[in-house]
Each structure stands twice: as structure tokens, then as C-alpha cells.
Design a protein around this ligand. Structure first.
Ligand SMILES: Cc1cc2nc3c(=O)[nH]c(=O)nc-3n(C[C@H](O)[C@H](O)[C@H](O)COP(=O)(O)OP(=O)(O)OC[C@H]3O[C@@H](n4cnc5c(N)ncnc54)[C@H](O)[C@@H]3O)c2cc1C
Length: 399
């Protein structure tokens, strides 16, 4: 049975099979798979609750429409978990508010490029992705405008509650989640990792997972490891009430620019990965009040009803938040052991995909904790990068 608490007295164990630094979605999913494998895991989270930093800022969407086989596999694995989540974590009636309303990637450009992408995706195992021409798009989704020439569509993509997913993984585990407990250092000895120092004392352990989101680079730095990561601000605008938004609309993306929207309760969630300079990790990422107007402009071209919405929108109907994508040079996560220090494992750098990839990525992370010798076959290993790489995320990357 999981324990989620602010430790007092002897609550914080002095020894654990595994210590996970960070209680976001990735740390919690890792703890779940660790419990399944029979390990006693302690998750350290310095905030007051789990999933309260980047995870809370997310658009909460998931898709299997990727171009690389390892991503398609990881997302299909993950979506299978979402579809059976309550049974999977053993929590009767646990509801992650799964909405499989699809992802529609639209273009006003060359339909052949979309067709080629769909064929490529089908070739790597995504058999249920569809090509739609402009008229088929408008037939299925009447709010889509005349400029659209083609789209790719997968009905089983969608969104969910990242909060319920995080707590479902935590509560379905048998791990201890220590809130308001900060990791401050990692000790090593001749055998590798020896202990994690925390704001509430030291925990002896031979294995750690660094799952500290935007702070992962700092935590790895305690060991002298320089990870090829950058943090980029990403904003989200939620519009409270928008009657024009069809409640059954999909996640709708202008794939020429990356601007997107989807229904959210009685309104919509909007976003766009605009160019940003890398920034240090932040506990309070600032927002920019020009962002909602910019996104509205971005989505109007292919979905004209947003013009009408923009004309009558008032500030008290707009809710703005921001977090950071933590990006590796290829925008894929870094998962698995660090060859330089036995007992150090990574599960980090998920960019805009940490919610959707949390089951698949964390299952792999725990398999590699148990069998580090399998890392050669792991497409997400750190060694795929040359050291000290500093390339930043591809701009315009879509969630
Ligand atoms: C605007 C926006 C939209 C997004 N939309 C999507 C989406 O639609 N779909 C999707 O899949 N992904 C999306 N993402 C990305 C997703 O939110 C992240 O990939 C995911 O939340 C990363 O989870 P995490 O657990 O690695 O990091 P976090 O959630 O940041 O968790 C890391 C935790 O570590 C803790 N921590 C750090 N250092 C320490 C320490 N020294 N001691 C103790 N605790 C520590 C932090 O307090 C934090 O709680 C979006 C991100 C943003 C910003």
C-alpha cells in the first residue's frame, strides 16, 4: 500500500532498494513499476504535492502519431495502459478522465507530404492512422475551413487528467512518497551510488533514478555529469466558456505552424510551441499576456470560427499557465543507466511528451534498473549523444 506523506520522526526510511528523485508523473510512474518488480522505492518530492511542477502545466494530451518506431512503440504501450488504467494499477473505479477524441494534423500545403507521412507511419506499425483529403476532413469535422487540403487522423489519440494519472500510479504502487523533502546531494563510494542526502536526513541506497524534470540537469551535476538538456518555456491558454467549440472535436493541429486547440470542459485548451531561448529551471515560469492572442491568430487560418470567438473574448475567460519542456537534442527522453557510476539511472528529458510516454518510458526505466546489461538495445540510452551536445529543441514542435 502506498504512503504519500510529509515525513515526521522515523517516517523517512534510512535505507531503500531504490530512491527516485522527483515526484512528477515520471517519478510516480517509475515508483509504480518499481513496486511491481518487488523493489522498495522512496520518491523524494520537495513540493507540497505530487505532479505539481511541469506535470501540472501540461496540455494532458497523448498520441501515437510519431515518425520514429521507438516512439510509436512507447506511445502504443502507454495508450494501452491508459485504456485499462484502473485495472492496471489495481484501483477500482479510478478515473483518469480518458477522452479518445483523436488527433487531427492538418495542412494547407502539399497533400502528398501528409500521405507520405501516413504511409511511413503505417510501415512502422501504426496501422490505424488514416489519410484524409480536405473534403473528408470537412465532412467529418464541419468546423474546419476551406484552406485545409489534407490531414492525418488517428481516432484513438486524445487526452486525460495528468493529475489523476500521477496519483493513480502513486496510489497503485507500494512505494513511499516523501513530500516537502528535497534531495540535496548524492553520495558515492567504491561500488557506485551509496546514499541520497535529503533535507530530512540520509537514505542509504545502491540505486537512484533521476526524474527531476527541469531540475534533472542540476541533480546530475552533483555527480559531475553534464546532461545534454535545455529547458524551454511553454505556455498554455485555457478559455473557460466557448460555445462555438464542438464538445466532440479532436485535438486539432495546424501542422504547418504547430498551433493547436482542443475542447476542455465548456471551453478549450490552446497552445503553440513558439520560439524561446533556453532558461534555467524555474519553480514559477512567467506567462506572457500576448500569448492567447498569438495562438488565436495561429489557429484561425484553418479553423475560422476562432475569428468569431476572438472578437467576443474577455480577459476573465482566459486562464494562462506555463511550464518548461526539458529537451534532449533529439527531443526524445533519456532513459537508463549511466555507465560512469553504477547505480545511477535516468528517466528524464521528455520534452512535450512526458504525460503520454510515462507508462512506456517508466516501464523501460525499471527494466533497465533490473537489467542494466540490456542498455545496448535501448534506443533512449544517453550514449546515443556525443557528450556535451547543446542543440536545442526543434522549434514548432507539436505536443
Ligand atoms: C505547457 C506544456 C504543455 C505540455 N503538454 C503536454 C501534453 O499534452 N502531453 C504530454 O505528454 N506532455 C506534455 N507536456 C510535457 C509534460 O508536462 C512533461 O514532459 C512531464 O510533466 C514531465 O514530467 P516529470 O515528472 O519529468 O517532471 P515534473 O513534473 O517537473 O516533475 C519533476 C519533479 O521533481 C521535483 N524535484 C526537482 N528537483 C528535486 C529535488 N532536488 N528534490 C526533490 N524533488 C525535486 C520537482 O519539484 C517536480 O515535482 C507539456 C509541458 C508543458 C510545459
Amino acid at each position: 500500500m502506498a504512503r504519500i506523506l510529509v515525513p515526521v520522526g522515523d517516517d523517512l526510511p534510512r535505507q531503500a532498494d531504490l530512491v527516485i528523485i522527483g515526484g512528477g508523473i515520471i517519478g510516480c510512474a517509475s515508483a509504480f513499476y518499481a513496486s511491481r518488480a518487488g523493489m522498495s522505492a522512496v520518491v523524494l518530492e520537495r513540493r507540497d504535492s505530487l505532479g505539481a511542477l511541469t506535470t501540472a502545466a501540461s496540455e494532458e494530451c497523448f498520441r501515437a502519431q510519431f515518425d520514429e518506431p521507438e516512439n510509436v512503440r512507447m506511445m502504443l504501450d502507454s495508450i494501452a495502459v491508459f485504456e485499462e488504467f484502473a485495472e492496471f494499477v489495481g484501483l477500482k473505479d479510478w478515473d483518469i478522465h480518458l477522452r479518445q477524441q483523436g488527433y487531427l494534423f492538418m495542412t494547407a500545403g502539399d497533400p502528398q507530404a501528409v500521405r507520405a507521412r501516413v504511409e511511413r507511419q503505417r510501415g512502422i506499425g501504426l496501422t490505424d492512422v488514416e489519410y484524409l483529403d480536405g473534403d473528408q476532413v470537412r465532412y467529418r469535422f464541419p468546423v474546419i475551413g476551406p484552406a485545409v487540403t489534407a490531414a492525418s487522423w488517428r481516432a484513438k489519440d486524445g487526452w486525460l487528467s495528468a493529475h489523476e494519472l500521477t496519483y493513480g500510479f502513486a496510489k497503485g504502487s507500494s512505494s513511499l512518497f516523501a513530500l516537502r523533502t528535497e534531495a540535496t546531494d548524492i553520495r558515492t563510494d567504491g561500488h557506485g551510488v551509496a546514499a541520497v542526502v535529503t533535507s530530512r536526513g540520509q537514505i542509504a541506497t545502491r540505486r537512484i533514478i533521476i526524474a527531476a524534470g527541469p531540475y534533472a540537469g542540476i541533480v546530475a551535476g552533483w555527480l559531475g555529469v553534464k546532461l545534454p538538456l535545455v529547458n524551454l518555456r511553454r505556455q498554455k491558454a485555457v478559455l473557460g466558456r466557448v460555445p462555438q467549440v464542438p464538445r466532440d472535436a479532436p485535438m486539432t493541429i495546424d501542422n504547418d505552424t504547430g498551433a493547436f486547440w482542443r475542447p476542455e470542459v465548456e471551453g478549450a485548451a490552446l497552445g503553440w510551441a513558439l520560439p524561446e531561448e533556453p532558461t534555467p529551471p524555474s519553480e514559477a515560469v512567467p506567462t506572457d499576456w500576448t500569448f492567447p492572442a498569438t495562438v488565436l491568430e495561429g489557429i484561425t487560418h484553418l479553423t475560422p470560427f476562432w475569428n468569431e470567438v476572438a472578437e467576443s473574448l474577455t480577459r476573465d475567460n482566459v486562464f494562462l499557465s506555463a511550464g518548461q519542456y526539458t529537451c534532449s537534442p533529439d527531443n526524445k527522453p533519456i532513459i537508463g543507466p549511466f555507465a560512469g557510476i553504477p547505480g545511477v539511472f535516468f528517466n528524464l528529458g521528455y520534452a512535450g511528451h512526458g504525460i503520454m510516454a510515462s507508462p512506456g518510458g517508466s516501464r523501460l526505466a525499471i527494466e533497465l534498473v533490473l537489467h542494466p546489461e540490456q542498455n545496448q538495445q535501448n534506443p533512449f540510452r544517453l550514449e546515443r549523444f556525443e557528450t556535451e551536445t547543446t542543440t536545442v529543441c526543434r522549434e514548432g514542435m507539436v505536443i
